[in-house]
Design a binder for this molecule. Structure first.
Ligand SMILES: [Zn+2]
Length: 269
């Protein structure tokens, strides 16, 4: 009964909804961005303490830093142009390469980015890495985790008080872990949502292009992912949440002309 009442109140429009600065889409926001960032930071720190971070001086780690920072800068620029720079003002960007056979990468709210070494043989080049990071970072700035967490809170009829820290609240921490995966499998936004995937592909291409990376590299990259899935040799974490099939590639091709209007090849690269 309580759940139903809450749902009615929310649907009546008294609810905490907000329009995302990037996508312009109205989202259910029952937790604040700050609450999400605080929950993320705990998981992120634990993850780094339990995994082998490749020293920043190593070539591939440097590449992850370089690609990540360029995409972050493109996003900051994009927000400035839209007059919404304050939305991500408290992002403290960090880019790490972590030793792991897994084919995976993620970005948590607040700008904490991790790439697994297992992804690099599939990306093969810096451009393709920019495609993956553009996609993953978009999930964070487009508030996808926050939206799913809010939907889950609503479904379970849990009300979150104001802007209080949620790190000690077992119920909300559990929901957060359902959305992002526990530390061991961190970063997999569950369950998969087509709408959010499309947004991440769309703006991910734009941000990669703004950062000076060729968005067209998305096509051969997702083809490699598709072949990997077909070969059945392994089911990468990233792939299980990012089905690569003809329809994804077709969609990317449709998005390409727009992304290319943002693309200025970088001669210093
Ligand atoms: Zn995704």
């Amino acid at each position: 009964m309580q759940k139903k009442l809450l749902a009615v109140i929310l649907l009546a429009g008294i609810c905490s909804c907000s329009r995302n600065a990037i996508t312009g889409r109205k989202q259910l926001t029952l937790v604040s961005e700050q609450q999400m960032e605080q929950l993320s930071l705990t998981q992120y720190k634990q993850f780094l303490s339990e995994n082998k971070v490749v020293p920043a001086s190593k070539d591939n780690a440097e590449m992850v830093q370089r690609v990540g920072s360029r995409i972050a800068n493109a996003i900051i620029q994009y927000y400035k142009q839209k007059g919404t720079a304050n939305e991500i003002a408290d992002y403290k960007w960090e880019f790490n390469l972590v030793e792991s056979k897994e084919i995976n990468a993620w970005c948590m709210p607040g700008g904490k980015v991790v790439v697994y070494t297992g992804l690099l043989p599939v990306t093969q080049n810096e451009n393709a890495l920019a495609i993956v990071l553009g996609h993953e970072i978009t999930h964070a700035v487009a508030g996808h985790g926050r939206e799913r967490m809010s939907q889950e809170l609503l479904a379970q009829g849990i009300q979150v008080a104001g802007n209080v820290a949620l790190g000690n609240d077992t119920k909300t921490v559990n929901i957060f872990n359902n959305v992002y995966g526990p530390t061991a499998q961190l970063g997999v936004l569950l369950p998969n949502s087509r709408n959010q995937e499309l947004e991440a592909d769309h703006y991910g291409l734009i941000f990669a292009a703004m950062a000076g990376y060729d968005p067209r590299e998305a096509i051969p990259f997702w083809m490699r992912m598709m072949n990997l899935a077909k070969s059945g040799q392994q089911t990468p974490t990233f792939l299980s949440d990012h089905p690569s099939d003809a329809s994804r590639i077709e969609k990317l091709q449709q998005l390409m002309p727009e992304a290319l209007t943002y693309y200025k090849p970088d001669s210093t690269k």
